[in-house]
Design a protein around this ligand. Structure first.
Ligand SMILES: C[S@@+](CC[C@H](N)C(=O)[O-])C[C@H]1O[C@@H](n2cnc3c(N)ncnc32)[C@H](O)[C@@H]1O
Length: 386
């Protein structure tokens, strides 16, 4: 059985450029970041800590717990190192596991080969010590082992998340070009929005940004509806502790947040998908959905943030039509959102110029491989104040 209380290294991974937001979250949860990389953070903690991290982190994709680390020269050395590890403590001999990896090593030109070596070492070790052998395959919904290997060293981890944490479990339906839940959370963090303010999301698509805002406003943990994590498949996992973390999180729930969350799209299919996703996430009653042109979105009085993720031509839409759309976005922000702060998330800076307003911030992000910016517009009433 694995020792869930042993302090070790936990490596949190996230999409490119999100590690600053992840760092903020980790500090808020009471951990001290030891190393911050563009795609992740290392902290100290136990497997039990991994339970809370998996349930509570909004911008992380995976929580990896380090088992062993060693400089490794080639696939044979990899096997010799891994076969010594007491895998029978980490993996149920009658269970199922998969291996994933990130490898940049001159001896490897096919990561599948390294994954296979890794699987062979684990199976051989378990067969030798228990006389049984676990099944293997590509499913990430049971035990997952992660290999990181570069020229300096190889690190072998238990992936305590399994499927990416961005898969919160509420997106049953998607519309055109949906964004990852982790990115939507980071956009909200970058905007400075908090549940004391209204949130307006024209062009909401499948509703990811508005749903993440509603989840935050209700004080739900991001994994509130997800039922399966990698840590649950490691022998020694304490289900009572998991239930305790869930119960503890419930204390932060807010029955009736004071903010309004408004989400619109002109495509009825998008609103229907967004409604279903919001219902699965348990926040449908908090979001005011409607089908309309973005310019007809109601903007409430009071402190509010307007956030839009218009099409930007990489994956949908034609550039000329989009130029007009972006121009209309500028008019809407200027005339209908005065006194608020507007945000436009786009991957096309040429189109962004058509908005015709000066951005006060241009925060860089990636939407999968596309470089994007979150543009902030301070929408002063009347003339711009000094
Ligand atoms: C990039 S998608 C938004 C994706 C969304 N962030 C998500 O996670 O699903 C852009 C959305 O803008 C909507 N849209 C395009 N033109 C619009 C218009 N004139 N008025 C309202 N919505 C519009 C599209 O229907 C589409 O759902």
């Amino acid at each position: 059985m694995a020792d869930f209380t042993r302090q070790g290294t936990i490596s949190l991974s996230c999409p490119k450029l999100l590690s600053g937001f992840l760092e903020q979250e980790v500090i808020e949860l009471g951990y001290k970041p030891l190393r911050v990389r563009p795609t992740g953070i290392d902290i100290k903690g136990s497997l039990n800590d991994c339970i809370g991290l998996n349930l509570n982190l909004r911008t992380a994709h995976r929580v990896h717990y380090l088992i062993s680390e060693k400089p490794v020269a080639d696939p044979n050395e990899l096997y010799e190192w891994l076969v010594q590890i007491p895998w029978e403590e980490w993996i149920d001999p009658d269970g199922y596991f998969s291996v994933t990896s990130r490898i940049s090593h001159p001896s490897i030109n096919n990561t599948q080969f390294a994954n296979l070596k890794c699987k062979d070492a684990i199976v051989d070790r378990i067969r030798k010590t228990s006389g049984r052998r676990p099944d293997t395959g590509a499913d990430l919904n049971r035990t997952v082992v992660f290999l990181f290997w570069n020229q300096q060293s190889a690190r072998i981890f238990m992936d305590t998340s399994g499927e990416s944490l961005s898969r919160r479990g509420y997106r049953q339906e998607s519309s055109m070009a949906p964004m990852q839940e982790s990115l939507a959370s980071a956009l909200l963090m970058a905007s400075g929005w908090n549940p004391g303010m209204h949130f307006v999301n024209p062009m909401c698509g499948s509703g990811t940004i508005a749903i993440e805002a509603a989840i935050m406003a209700r004080g739900f943990e991001p994994g509130a509806v997800r039922k399966n994590y990698g840590f649950m498949h490691i022998p020694g996992y304490d289900r009572d502790l998991y239930k305790k973390v869930r119960l503890h999180n419930r204390v932060n729930r807010i029955q009736e947040p004071s903010c309004r969350i408004i989400a619109t799209d002109n495509y009825p299919g998008a609103i229907s998908a967004a409604r279903k996703n919001a219902a699965t996430a348990g926040v449908e009653e908090l979001i005011e959905f409607s089908v309309c042109d973005f310019a007809d979105t109601p903007v409430p009085d009071g402190d509010a943030i307007i956030m839009m993720n218009p099409p930007y031509g990489e994956r949908m839409g034609e550039i000329q039509q989009l130029e007009q759309l972006y121009n209309r976005i500028g008019t809407f922000l200027k005339h209908s959102c005065a006194g608020k702060t507007g945000f436009v998330f786009t991957g096309n800076m040429e189109l962004a110029k058509k908005i015709g307003l000066k951005a006060s911030k241009r925060i860089p992000f990636y939407n999968s491989t596309i470089e994007c910016r979150l543009l902030e517009f301070e929408l002063f009433e009347g003339k711009k104040r000094q």
